[in-house]
Ligand binder design. Structure first.
Ligand code: FE2
Length: 367
């Protein structure tokens, strides 16, 4: 893989993931109760925001921002009608938002919002936004001059209910689904606009079941705090899950966000007890697990109990598990991942997973 590309401005990591949802208040309760995110900041009528309501939730270094339009002609409504509850913004934490915007727009990115300062009594943040695939965007957030709960304009909130976290640490990767034949163009865009480099790839020879297939290329920034797999459907006998996503999302968009945990067994047992629904592989997956992945520290019986998947690459192994979609449309879902050396993305699990997804697609009449 080429590692010649380089991003000429510093990206410290994902600042936050921005969603547009139909009812931010209820979505916030879902992420708090089911996934253990703590509500930390709020913007709405009580803070003088009359056109949209925003809830900010945090766990470890992961920050989610849920926004709901409050007036009929708010631009968020178009996103909501087209995509349903969905990710709109993958925001990057940068040292210099002006420089990030200038570099990316000079290299072909379309500007959404030019660099601007926002202020309140807690200081100043500098933000700028560019468009990426579909209706998704990247906001650059420079927050070294700000010390409040999230960003200027937000107020601290405290939930009446206690929050119990499930051990999520940070975002491991965020995946973008593209339409048929669009993956290479999006990957080239990240190489050209951001100086990202390719770190991993799978094609339909690696990942196909009897029926469905996908292609994926992962791009990353220099420090690899940002890792972004870019998927497209590949032809199979039946409809690829990527194609189902693109049809139900009415275009490209974020397919899943992967959260890193230091103890996936604890995390998954906790999430299961809270009613989070996961994709389950057949029991036979565990029969030859150790033949496939070699020695692992975890007991196979416990992994089997929770349906946790394991894959090995030349640097170690990883454990992972995927939820079912978290809204009515079969679009966005979540991954939980623990890495024991492995830096890849679970190629060895794709076939078992795809078969599990196909069973779900079939139940939805989308296979
Ligand atoms: Fe993933």
């Amino acid at each position: 893989m080429s590692a010649q590309n380089s991003t000429p401005f510093e990206i410290h990591g994902t600042d936050h993931v921005g969603f547009i949802v139909g009812n931010a208040k209820q979505a916030a309760a879902f992420y708090q109760d089911r996934f253990g995110f703590e509500p930390i900041a709020y913007k709405g009528l009580e803070t003088g925001s009359r056109d949209k309501t925003c809830y900010v939730l945090k766990q470890g270094k992961v920050v989610l921002v849920l926004e709901t339009p409050m007036i009929p002609d708010h631009p968020h409504n178009a996103h909501l009608m087209k995509h349903g509850d969905a990710v709109r913004d993958i925001a990057y934490w940068v040292s210099d938002a002006r420089r990030a915007w200038e570099h990316t727009t000079a290299n072909g990115a379309k500007s959404v919002t030019e660099p601007h300062e926002i202020k309140d009594e807690n200081g100043t943040a500098i933000m700028a936004t560019i468009a990426t695939f579909g209706d998704t965007m990247h906001t650059f957030v420079q927050r070294d001059g700000y010390s409040g709960p999230f960003l200027p304009g937000y107020q601290t909130i405290q939930s009446a209910a206690p929050t119990r976290d499930v051990g999520l640490q940070y975002i491991d990767h965020i995946v973008g689904n593209q339409g048929n034949g669009e993956m290479d163009e999006v990957v080239s865009w990240y190489e050209k606009v951001f100086g990202f480099h390719k770190i991993w790839t799978v094609d339909d020879k690696d990942v196909s079941t009897e029926f469905t297939a996908l292609r994926s290329i992962v791009v990353a920034n220099d420090n690899e705090y940002i890792k972004m797999p870019v998927n497209e459907p590949a032809d199979g006998k039946k409809k690829s899950q990527i194609q189902e996503y693109v049809e139900c999302n009415f275009g490209p968009g974020v397919q899943h966000v992967a959260f890193y945990t230091h103890d996936i067994i604890e995390t998954i047992s906790d999430l299961t007890a809270r009613g989070v629904e996961f994709l389950m592989v057949p029991d036979t997956y565990y029969e030859d697990l150790l033949d496939r992945v070699g020695d692992i520290e975890e007991e196979v019986e416990i992994l089997r109990k929770y349906g946790i998947l394991v894959d090995r690459d030349d640097q170690g192994y990883l454990l992972q598990l995927f939820t079912k979609p978290v809204q009515d449309r079969p679009t966005l879902f979540y991954e939980f991942i623990q890495r024991r050396g492995a830096r890849s993305f679970g190629k060895g699990n794709f076939k078992a997973l795809f078969e599990a997804i196909e069973r779900e697609q079939d139940r939805r009449g989308n296979l």
